[in-house]
Ligand binder design. Structure first.
Ligand code: ZN
Length: 148
């Protein structure tokens, strides 16, 4: 595994739409392993591939209950809403209040290409939404309703 550089706000790569993963190969496994190491080292709860300069629909989340790897994720269901503080490893030292669903169910593929569903509530739902937004060139700041 290797640490990757986390790109910062202002880098155009963060504003592009990522392409779907078609090949579930060794290259993808290495990307996921590197992202994991990079996220834990930075003490983040989520990281999306564009944040390491790779425009592929890949993100990872770990809010403290284990790592979830999401390839080609799609939010299938959402329920309720929550208002809370959010930050991003690409915007260090900043945060703001964002409204997110309280609960989301995501359909995705794992690193072997198998489809699965995962449901997250509260912080996990927020992290899923935040990371999937990155795959569409959206930064949480686009959705901040006020500074906290
Ligand atoms: Zn982020």
């Amino acid at each position: 595994m290797a640490l990757r550089n986390i790109v910062k706000e202002g880098d155009p790569v963060l504003r592009k739409t990522s392409r779907s993963v078609l090949n579930f190969d060794e290259k993808l496994a290495i990307l996921l392993d590197d992202m994991k190491e990079t996220m834990y080292k930075a003490e983040g709860v989520g990281l999306a591939a564009p944040q390491v300069g790779i425009l592929r629909r890949v993100c990872i989340v770990d809010v403290g209950d284990g790592l979830v790897e999401l390839i080609n994720p799609v939010i299938e269901e959402e329920e309720g809403s929550q208002e809370g503080s959010e930050g991003c490893l690409s915007c260090p030292g900043e945060s703001g209040v964002v409204i997110r669903p309280m609960k989301v169910t995501v359909r995705a593929q794992d690193r072997n290409g198998n489809t699965f569903k995962v449901t997250g509530e509260e912080l996990k739902a927020r992290a899923f939404c935040h990371e999937i937004d990155h795959l569409n060139g959206i930064i949480y700041k686009d959705k901040v309703i006020r500074k906290d």
